[in-house]
Design a protein around this ligand. Sequence first.
Ligand SMILES: Nc1ncnc2c1ncn2[C@@H]1O[C@H](COP(=O)(O)OP(=O)(O)OP(=O)(O)O)[C@@H](O)[C@H]1O
Ligand SMILES: *[C@@H]1O[C@H](CO)[C@@H](O)[C@H](O)[C@H]1NC(C)=O
Ligand SMILES: *[C@@H]1O[C@H](CO)[C@@H](O)[C@H](O)[C@H]1NC(C)=O
Ligand SMILES: *[C@@H]1O[C@H](CO)[C@@H](O)[C@H](O)[C@H]1NC(C)=O
Ligand SMILES: *[C@@H]1O[C@H](CO)[C@@H](O)[C@H](O)[C@H]1NC(C)=O
Ligand SMILES: *[C@@H]1O[C@H](CO)[C@@H](O)[C@H](O)[C@H]1NC(C)=O
Length: 650
Amino acid sequence: MEHLAFCLTFLLSVTIFLASSATASEDDQFIYSGFFGSNLTLNGAAMVTKDGVLELTNGKPDYMGYAFYPSSWKLRGLPDREVQSFSVSFVFGIASVDFNGCPNSMNFSIHQGLTNKSMLAIVLEACHQDNNFQENNDNDVSISIGGKSSAKSPAGFYDGKSGIFNNLPLLSHNMMQMSVEYDLAATQINVTLSPLEMVKPLRPLLSLSLNLSTVLEDPSYIGFSASTRIISLRYSVLGWSFGMNRPAPTIDIAKLPQLPRVVDPKRQSKLLKIILPIAMATLVLLVGTTVILFVRGRMRYAELYEDWEHEFGPHRFSYKDLFQATEGFHNKNLLGRGGFGKVYKSVLPVSKLQVAVKRVSHESKQGIKEFIAEVVSIGRLRHRNLVQLLGYCRRKGELLLVYEYMPNGSLEKYLYVEADKTTLDWAQRLQIIKGVASAIFYLHEKWEKVVIHRDIKASNVLLDNEMNGHLGDFGLARLYDRGTNLQTTRVAGTLGYIAPELARTGKASPLTDVYAFGIFILEVTCGKRPINNCSQDGPKMLVDWVVEHWQGGSLTDTLDRRIQGEYDADEVNLVLRLGLLCAHPFCSTRPSMRQVMQYLDGDMPLPELPPINLSYSMLALTQNEGFDQYTSLPCTVSSNGMTFSLFSGR
Ligand SMILES: Nc1ncnc2c1ncn2[C@@H]1O[C@H](COP(=O)(O)OP(=O)(O)OP(=O)(O)O)[C@@H](O)[C@H]1O
Ligand SMILES: *[C@@H]1O[C@H](CO)[C@@H](O)[C@H](O)[C@H]1NC(C)=O
Ligand SMILES: *[C@@H]1O[C@H](CO)[C@@H](O)[C@H](O)[C@H]1NC(C)=O
Ligand SMILES: *[C@@H]1O[C@H](CO)[C@@H](O)[C@H](O)[C@H]1NC(C)=O
Ligand SMILES: *[C@@H]1O[C@H](CO)[C@@H](O)[C@H](O)[C@H]1NC(C)=O
Ligand SMILES: *[C@@H]1O[C@H](CO)[C@@H](O)[C@H](O)[C@H]1NC(C)=O
């Protein structure tokens, strides 16, 4: 504990002090404004600095220091008199040299006689303990009588106007003023603490009813004591005044020496040892975090961009834009998942255009250049029944394709709704079939190059606001073809839509598209999947089922039962027969898309399907086994050479 003790001990003579240079001339009062040249009785670590500061401890731990007024006081005056009123005022500052440690205190005390036992002490306890970041701070002022604490309060002051208590940290390096007043008539002792620049508060911090006549005998010594135990505090007293039966003379703040800056080398090394590493660590952390964030930002939006892509610039989207437009490819924006990857709905930042972003993962670089070139050229394809490809973005192992957004989603959703739910009516279905047909026709014949879709199916037909069918996903199957190495024999396309010759040779042609379109027509009209697993004798092909009905003369019975409202039986009949024609196992029997358009529009009568006694899948099998020489003939758009009648005899 470090204490500042004020001790009064009376000896006989009072006049001695007149000689003391630093004291006031009158015998019932004194004032020190700084202690330079003063005649204090110093003991232990206490000393007066060349600036005139009374330092009770020098900042080293485990030291004690005393400073007493050089002579004793007779507070009673005469043995039978009571202890007279007196008043003490002093200015002090406590600075910590070390960071931690307890207990510490400074006493202002009045000692009795020549004993070192203090009879009355005002104890200032300043303690800062930081035990594993659990702070335990003592910051108290107490009145101690004969070594026993009689009144205690946290250090602070009561505001003159509001009366609100304000804490005042003793260990603050700030100068503070304390006054101790004893009133004989009231037998009361008041202790007041305040910041130096403040007028002394009216309400004392501590007020104790006490008859000092029962405590003190003459003579008394008054002075300060302080001790440092574990921690190193510097207790400095800058000014001190005393008055008996009168107020203590006012200490002139302007005359006071400066509270010494704590420049203890230990503290400096502490600074270096603790603050500097922390500062360095913080700096390193900050720089590191910035770099990481920066790199992560770069990585996050990192794209692959190669020289050959310059010419495709206008079709290239920035990954950052797409990332932000999809809210970081958040699941809530997920529209669906396909064979190539996930599709996200997004709104482009500037144009506010709604788009669908398909994330396609691709590992191989092989063919990517050709593919991008194709994507871009596909982007130039414009048809009202195609899902417009707006552009692309490329990253490592990832390709992003940006499509126009189709509010009503996939056609599949409408075809395979649960029973009873309203699905598409016949007019809508016919409109979709016609739309998709014109899109394929456009791809095959209307554009500068022949574009083979390779993956025509209900799930690749998306619906706009007005339930118009838009064919999507063109070209992607090609990527699959090229991206995968040649050993894997996956044939691009979807099971059930793959023409027999495509399955055998892996070569796509416009007529393999026509085959898939035929299956698509049947699917849309019958509301059944191309391959149904429901039957007892294994999977049943939709096309075979329709062929059976056709052979049995009940073709229109295959129409989706859920179709409500009016429908034209001739139209249904035509569409079903067209489906069978397109999905014929022999590519040479299939019509071109141009012909399909003419049949659908009624510009040309649909040729009669030759009678067949076999299901299509059986026919496909026989084709594989025995008629290679015919079917391996190239199937071209215009091939009409082979007629169905060739095989009809079987
Ligand atoms: N342009 C788009 N507008 C709105 N929704 C879309 C769009 N493109 C795709 N979707 C949605 O995302 C889902 C998945 O589309 P995607 O085309 O990847 O799959 P798929 O066609 O079912 O399979 P695959 O990729 O094998 O062709 C679709 O079913 C559809 O609901
Ligand atoms: C200081 O005080 C002591 C005793 O109280 C006295 O002997 C001494 O002469 C004093 N010195 C001065 C300079 O006043
Ligand atoms: C009082 O304490 C001081 C300093 O520790 C010591 O020098 C002195 O002898 C003590 N006096 C008595 C009476 O115990
Ligand atoms: C201050 O006073 C308290 C209570 O009287 C006492 O326990 C403590 O040792 C004193 N400290 C000093 C430095 O005199
Ligand atoms: C002590 O403070 C009280 C107010 O709390 C005041 O009434 C009293 O006069 C004060 N006594 C002295 C000696 O200042
Ligand atoms: C204080 O104590 C003295 C001695 O015990 C006594 O004579 C005096 O009356 C007391 N004063 C008061 C105000 O109680």
